[in-house]
Design a protein around this ligand. Sequence first.
Ligand SMILES: [Zn+2]
Ligand SMILES: [Zn+2]
Length: 626
Amino acid sequence: MATTSQSSRTAREQADLIVRNGRIATQDERRSFASAVAIKDGRFLAVGTDTEVLAHQGGRTQVIDVGGRTVIPGLNDSHLHIIRGGLSYNLELRWDGVPSLADALRMLREQAQRTPPNQWVRVVGGWTEFQFAERRMPTLDEINAVAPDTPVFVLHLYDRALLNQAALRACGYTKDTPDPPGGEIQRDKVGNPTGLLIATPNAMILYSTLAKGPKLPPEHQRNSTRHFMRELNRLGVTSVIDAGGGFQNFPEDYQVIEDLHRQGEMTVRIAYNLFTQKPKQELQDFQRWTQQTTPGVGDAFYRMNGAGEMLVFSAADFEDFLQPRPEMPPIMETELEAVICHLVAQRWPFRLHATYDETIARALTIYEQVNRDIPFNGLHWFFDHCETISDRNIERIKALGGGIAIQHRMAFQGEYFVDRYGQQQAERTPPIRRMLEVGIPVGAGTDATRVASYNPFVALYWLVTGKTVGGVALYPEANRLGRMEALRLYTVGSSWFSGEVDRKGAIVPGQLADLAVLSADYFSVPEEEIRRLESVLTLVDGQVVYGAGVFAHFAPPPLPVMPEWSPVAAYGGYARSTEPATSGGHVHAHASSNLSPVYASVRAKTKQWRRTVSGLWEFGCDCFAC
Ligand SMILES: [Zn+2]
Ligand SMILES: [Zn+2]
């Protein structure tokens, strides 16, 4: 075991806290392991062997023996909609990680029963039918049966929402409601809405319907945001780069997080990007914001990080692999150029959502033009997602000093992608290995909460195994990462994206004291176990923000959930698995680049889906699931 021995330089300084007897993956330049770390004033003071580090023990030093457990730097999700997600977290029933549709429907029935009149039950993404033992979605009949009176809204990825009859009534959707552009309200034979809303491929219909539901009052929104942060702490997340989001207005919808920041109640560090809300008036949004605030404003807990992920609506390519790739309109270039010129002139870092290579190529042409007039000159800018990016465009990003923030969206919709584009194209979707070889900054994350789950261990599982949550193998060895490398993207890698390289991401003296002690050894558990890992002790800024089991007594006091009927009070967040490590093995055993019987049936189901979606109602049923 290699160790760092940097303690001598700071010997005699007394630590506030020492974590010892660990297997600490420091993520220093040599990827060293150490056994102990000392913390003082929210920063790492010394890292090394127990003997070296215990030299910093004084009368007031708290010492925690972690019993040989694996310790990692706090995880940093470089793309999560945490500020928006926090405002409604307590309202959402999560199917994230739930192993069967039967369980999911049971939870829905129970939650509908405890939900008061005029409130809704919402399942807002984070799941796929391929995670369920039944390997299918619920039907509208099933949703109506378990919730006859309470409005229910179930969002599936980026492509559809299932509403029960009570939700249709609450939204006022009738025979006479027109379809919005890019969206479809599915009808039965006599024209009444069935309850299925489809993005074709614009998800606005889904999100604007979701926005019709009741919101939490501000006091509950504060409580809800704190619970979301605690849930992330449970999973070892200590930093997030927030990507804004539709209906997330600045500065109005940032009041709750700003209150929590002022009151010292943040347990996840957030760098936030500003997302335009106004199609065709994006430039005005950014002109206003560049006068109101400045990148870097704030502190190590809450700081402004520039613009995006929406810069102009005409450049937003929707990641719905059940639909053909959308072609961006010709106006994209003009609109994007105006915004990029403004941002670069103001030295604002920016990020841009881009799923497909075709969109990326067009954006890069604009960036290159702007760079000739107003040099980027080291400005941090990056693309988000980049599932189908070509080698050529990776090189162009490198030449302009940009980065790529990748997420495990393919773990949730890889089956659909393979069905449309084939196994071979999926093998490099996204081409993470290539990005690393070219040497551009790559950060890891989830894009939670509305498509993928926020659970970082599911994302690490995907990076390491190359598999979807449904067990389909997407990537050959050459496009998978080693465990150390995957962890690095989630720590040091993500720190570049908020301009905080060398400030966080590694357990080395001087960096922010954020770490997680894991429930099992990330480096040696069977691959299938990676997604079931969680933290048992999480520190942010040198303070314990989460503790479980033998570490529970270090944890902060419990926080009641508001409102009390919240599904979070009953179920928490990501489902805690009780399955053995080998569960799902039937899929695992067959998953390969050749189609397995299980996978073939997934394909068949997907095809049937598409027939249903394209409106062949003579097909004879309103079952959208099988
Ligand atoms: Zn996006
Ligand atoms: Zn996003």
